[in-house]
Design a protein around this ligand. Structure first.
Ligand code: RB5
Length: 148
């Protein structure tokens, strides 16, 4: 499985830790930056990861900013992207089970790296349930068109 990962400066250190962690588990990880603690703009890194997924260059994505909020908002503006801020273990499971999230989002200043690793494990080991949730996911794109 290919995983694209990106972060702003608020998520840079956590991103480095998660890259090593995912690689140690055998995942093919593409690092889309940022690659230092210098201040950058989170929408730029959300865009890089979203494009990688929408162009079928990656199966899933991971995004990290300080809170995880800004980079979630940015990612969810891309049609076809379902970015979920994994603020608990239960949410990590439900984000895949019910929402078929294709990007896991974390807050570099609000979560520990250990919490992120645990939630990523749960997210990656959960399958989308399908059924009634398919209809709901399809409506996301319709609603998106209406409000554009
Ligand atoms: C950057 O200082 C910070 O605003 C950003 O990482 C994020 O928390 C925004 O939502």
């Amino acid at each position: 499985m290919k995983i694209a990962i990106g972060a702003d400066h608020g998520g840079f250190q956590a991103k480095e830790a998660l890259i090593s962690y995912l690689q140690s588990k055998g995942f093919d990880v593409k690092n889309l930056g940022t690659n230092s603690e210098a201040s950058v703009d989170y929408p730029d890194f959300a865009q890089k990861v979203c494009q990688e997924i929408l162009n079928a260059q990656a199966d899933l994505g991971v995004l990290i900013c300080g809170t995880g909020i800004g980079i979630s908002i940015a990612a969810n503006r891309f049609k076809g992207i379902r970015a979920a801020l994994l603020y608990s273990d239960d949410v990590a499971r439900l984000a895949k089970l019910h929402n078929n999230a294709n990007i896991a989002v974390f807050g570099g200043r609000t979560m520990s790296v250990q919490e992120m690793k645990q939630r990523l494990d749960i997210f990656l080991n959960t399958e989308f349930e399908g059924g009634r949730h398919i209809r709901r996911l399809e409506k996301l794109d319709v609603v998106g068109e209406c409000f554009r």
